[in-house]
Design a protein around this ligand. Sequence first.
Ligand SMILES: O=P(O)(O)OC[C@H]1O[C@H](OP(=O)(O)OP(=O)(O)O)[C@H](O)[C@@H]1O
Length: 615
Amino acid sequence: MSDAIKHECGLAFIRLRKPFSYYQQQYGSVFYGLNKLYLLMEKQHNRGQDGAGVATVKLHTEPGVPFMHRIRSSQPQPIGDVFGRIRDEIAEIEKYQPEITKYPGLMKGHLRFLGELLMGHLRYATQGKNNVELCHPFVRYNTIPARNLTMAGNFNLVNVEELFNFVKVQPGETHKNSDLAAMLEVVHHFLAKEDEQRQNGLDVKAILQQAFSMFDGGYHVCGLIGSGDAFVIRDPHGIRPSYYYVNEDVIVAASERAAIRTAFNVGENEVMELMPGTALIVKENGEYSIEEIIPAKERRACSFERIYFSRGNDEKIYKERHALGYHLSETVLKAIDNDLRNTIFSFIPNTAEVAFYGLIKGLEDYLNKIKVERIMSWGKDFDEEKLTEMVNRRVRIDKIAIKDVKMRTFITEDSSRNEMVQHVYDITYGTVKPGTDTLVVIDDSIVRGTTLRESIIKMLDRLGPKRIIVMSSAPQIRYPDCYGIDMSKMGEFVAFQAAIALIREQGKEYILQEAYGLCKELERTNTLNAQNVVKNIYKPFTPEEISAKIAQIITPAGINAQVEVIYQNIESLHASCPSNLGDWYFTGNYPTPGGNRVVNKAFMNYMEGKNERGY
Ligand SMILES: O=P(O)(O)OC[C@H]1O[C@H](OP(=O)(O)OP(=O)(O)O)[C@H](O)[C@@H]1O
């Protein structure tokens, strides 16, 4: 089967609250909104590099004049492509009317994308072919202006089929697995109903309450309506991140706080978090409100956002990644028997860099403590040489792995990933004392283990270390994620491969058969969402046993160094990222019942040899 593309990951929204002439006077450009949208998107490019799209709505147009426009790209550098094409349109008009930029009203009439409502999207398609038809935003056109709707989002739903059935829509081949297509149809269904009944303005809150009570998953979604209204909404568990900022000139929303801070040059506390289950609703007249759409449920904000996905320049995320590294320092000291003299520390670029600083801080704190203890124990028995030697003891750090391509391989589609990871990294020669040094490298996450097996371990081994210890600032990734970040097939997780290998080695295949039988039974009684059966696969083994097996799996043939893997534990993860406790990919504790169905389906697919995702 061809894989469905279900991953849509970065969002930007701007509502201009003043006429275009104001922005020209105040900020020197009628393109203020478009420029800010570009910046917001560029600052979130970490969230998706496979596609980009923009939609705009113009307010108060004459009847018959198009007011909703959309442009999308799945070219390499898609943000540049989208805005390049918008720029070309501007240049074309200026060619014939060089004075036009002086007349904002005229500009609005001539330029398709000069709208007061702007929405941008960055797409990450980890699976299947990158098809521009699947890039957000999607649009639902209608002859009645208020029933035109365009939406984009960062989300995964686990009940798409059910939703299409509800609105009695037969989606085409391209969109049949698309969460957004299903969501758009459902929201449009209630929008049309509301428009039929309404006396005055649209009751956007009522539309959202009816539509969003039907969605099972994690989401951060934005919609622009032909009436001039707009909304941004976040799932009731707060799984996906969502932030907003308001001043007299603009209303802004985005997936990451730091992007808003940089684009609008504002402080940490000026950017607000959109709380779980609520929506930012912007009325056609530029007023806004924060409304509860679905009562908030237990907060399960995604921790993988903090560990890997978001950009690390966010004030809180930086501290959290630092803490993740710090928490690992004690464990690594134990692993190397406190032998800092013969150990060299480094990181796998890029995301792990901040955790590396945290790790080093932890090691330095230890070393400083030791120095003080030693010096104190000398009493008066020391000289300059002895003291200098002690004070100059350092944790040995070096930049050993280099990333040649400035792209995120994890969010690169599967077919090209293996080859890519082989060529993405390189090493710095002459850094390690061959045969003596232990080399410790920290990565933020080990998912499939491909980065390590196909590239990093072989390269590091060329430097001749005695041991290679890989530390992961995330715990073992054991279960699929179906709420936003694509990790969908059981057999691909190196932790699952390790559990299977241990089961086989120990002749415990009955565990697999029992779990499969239980899944089948749950399927028959339509209760696949009642429990996560895959937990039984891991149950017989300690995390350390799984880690030891993972180390074997990621060690390619012909490696001289002894390879070990050390993971973060769940307690330290939670201590490091206290407001993002969503940890289902590590623990198997899904926030919605749909999650259990997904993991059980993924396991059944694995047992049946089907290479397809569980949702
Ligand atoms: O175990 P695997 O399945 O190979 O995946 C894990 C790797 O993927 C990510 O790197 P990526 O290149 O996406 O991003 P980065 O440069 O931001 O770290 C992550 O940082 C790990 O290094």
